[in-house]
Design a protein around this ligand. Structure first.
Ligand SMILES: C[S@@+](CC[C@H](N)C(=O)[O-])C[C@H]1O[C@@H](n2cnc3c(N)ncnc32)[C@H](O)[C@@H]1O
Length: 345
């Protein structure tokens, strides 16, 4: 890890991706295990569905050859940053901006970055990532080499006041490659109205980023209308179960709405697998009991058939007896016996 700014190759970030070809699948092994096993252990604010959507968008970008660094402004302990870092392809940097120990610069007290914990989490869950740490306020990023980066994904989750949010969105607009995505956190939170105000100010001042989706607690924006359409189409295809509404008006554009759904909770997915195994075991036990019951039924049927044969034989014997001569001759005697029995009774 280092704290210096990016490579600064002098290219205009809006010129589009510097495509070095699609990333390898090996890149995503870490992402999968972080989503399934690591994420719940890292303190922070991130819904499993949002994490899954962001991770999937990043993979899709890499598969389509979109190359660029990834960044988060406001990392706290790295809960979302680790999704970005695990989806960075070889040669791409994951840039973390946070005031960390300088909490007097965190004016609205949104979260509290801790560099030691953050670095421990990186070492544990994204050891191979090329992480660049910028321990400054985003309000001073222009004085660093930050603008020389070209990003394909930026999470804006630092200061939640309107001036900071509009500053961070402008920085994102200036550094995002065409088709890149910005995730703006807490967009509709009633606790952090500075975020919506900051976005409104950014749009009113001519900001060009276009919203295309609302995912749990985050607004996704991109560079242009065609990319917004692609983003909407992609999420509709990939996340049908979380899809709630389409084409909602949202300031300068339209958004599709996605809400939390347990299917996309990768941690929960692991639990679902366990539940599935349990259900399988229960089904096997029921099938065994059904087989046993079938044996019982066939034994009962056999006993019933035997009894029926014996009953038929007894009736035949009775019929034969009643038809016999001796039975007819002893008839009056049986009548007297019956009469006497009746008087006694
Ligand atoms: C809500 S937390 C971020 C949560 C994080 N994204 C996660 O995944 O859990 C906000 C973070 O922004 C940092 N911060 C606040 N103001 C900032 C600023 N002006 N520049 C950079 N970071 C800032 C705080 O230190 C804190 O770590």
């Amino acid at each position: 890890m280092d704290t210096h700014a990016g490579r600064g190759d002098g290219q205009d970030p809006r010129d589009g991706p510097s495509s070095n070809g699609p990333a390898t699948t090996a890149v995503f092994t870490g992402l999968s295990s972080y989503l399934e096993l690591g994420m719940t252990t890292v303190e922070g604010w991130l819904s499993p569905t949002a994490a899954c959507i962001v991770g999937r968008l990043l993979i899709e970008q890499a598969h389509t050859g979109l190359r660029g660094d990834v960044c988060e402004i406001g990392v706290h302990h790295g809960k979302l940053f680790l999704v970005l870092a695990n989806a960075a392809a070889p040669g791409e940097r994951a840039v973390a901006v946070d005031v960390f120990g300088d909490q007097d610069k965190n004016v609205d007290r949104s979260g509290c970055g801790d560099r030691v914990v953050f670095e421990q989490n990186i070492a544990r869950y994204a050891p191979g990532a090329a992480v660049e740490i910028m321990p400054v306020s985003s309000l001073t990023l222009r004085e660093t080499g930050f603008l020389s980066h070209r990003f394909r994904f930026i999470s804006v989750d630092g200061g939640h006041t309107a001036p900071t949010v509009s500053n961070d969105l402008r920085l994102a607009e200036q550094t995002l490659i065409r088709g890149g995505v910005v995730a703006l956190d807490d967009i509709l939170s009633s606790h952090w109205t500075g975020v919506l105000t900051g976005l409104a100010r950014y749009v009113a001042a001519g900001g060009t980023l276009l919203p295309f989706a609302l995912i749990p607690n985050k607004l996704l924006l991109t560079t242009d209308a065609a990319s917004a359409n692609l983003g909407r189409a992609l999420l509709r295809r990939l996340f049908p179960l979380a899809s709630v509404k389409r084409n909602l008006e949202f300031l300068s554009g339209f958004v599709d709405l996605y809400e939390d759904h347990p299917y996309y909770d990768r941690g929960n997915y692991a639990n679902l697998r366990l539940a599935l195994d349990d259900a399988g075991r229960e089904r096997d036990a029921l099938l065994t009991r059904l087989d046993e019951a079938r044996v019982d039924v066939s034994e009962l049927r056999h006993a019933h058939d035997e009894l029926a044969v014996r009953h038929e034989a007894a009736e035949a014997r009775l019929a034969r007896l009643q038809a016999s001569t001796s039975w007819r001759m002893t008839g009056p005697l049986r009548g007297i016996v019956d009469l006497l029995r009746g008087q006694r009774g």
